[in-house]
Design a protein around this ligand. Structure first.
Ligand code: S6P
Ligand code: ZN
Length: 192
């Protein structure tokens, strides 16, 4: 393992980004086609949002070596498509036995997790809470609040992401929707 220089990256909670990040990627609603249950609501939100960034990831990746680590920030705007809260694409790590942690910086969200055996878990993430994503679990972030959700994350640098696992299954087993009282509830995904 080569030696590397120590470093510091500042989490800019206001901007929802990692200052000095080496990578940035963004997702607009157009990039999220097919993820939401309500197709006509999706078209309406797509027209309304245009090129607005729905979520953005900034990270620092020192290397892709096993034993190294990627650290970064995910920022997601609040909103719903029909009754379904805004979400990330979601994935399992390509090296599936790699874990991850998420730390809530601002806003209220949850991590929707699904195990290989089909178990579903929802872990609420608010400021100063730390979510553990165990190895082998598919994970997707959902903004169930009314403000931007900002989370710091860290995971092994050789994890990789497999997005097809969700696409091939017709989504995850559950969807996170408005419960009619300003909160959220998990319901079965009928396309699964
Ligand atoms: C990567 C880690 C996060 C997500 C980010 C966006 O393993 O879980 O950096 O990439 O929250 O989600 P997604 O599902 O679009 O990659
Ligand atoms: Zn991940």
């Amino acid at each position: 393992m080569p030696m590397r220089e120590p470093g510091i990256c500042r989490v800019d909670v206001e901007k929802g980004e990692l200052s000095g990040a080496s990578n940035r990627y963004t997702r607009t609603m157009a990039d999220l086609a097919g993820l939401y249950a309500d197709g006509s609501a999706y078209k309406a939100v797509l027209a309304e949002l245009g090129d607005t960034v729905v979520y953005e990831v900034t990270d620092f990746k020192p290397s892709a070596d096993a034993g190294d680590m990627i650290i970064g920030v995910t920022r997601m705007i609040p909103g719903r498509v029909g009754d379904e809260y805004f979400l990330t694409r979601g994935h399992i790590h390509a090296n599936a036995n790699r874990p991850e942690m998420y730390y809530g910086e601002a806003g209220y969200g949850l991590m929707l997790l699904e195990s290989p055996a089909g178990e579903i878990r929802t872990v609420e993430i608010g400021p100063r809470s730390l979510c553990y994503v165990p190895p082998y679990w598919i994970h997707r972030s959902v903004n169930v609040g009314t403000t931007e959700l900002v989370m710091t994350f860290a995971y092994p640098a050789d994890s990789g992401q497999d997005y097809d696992i969700i696409a091939k299954a017709g989504g995850m087993r559950s969807r996170i929707v408005d419960d009619g009282r300003g909160g959220w509830k998990a319901v079965d995904n009928e396309s699964y």
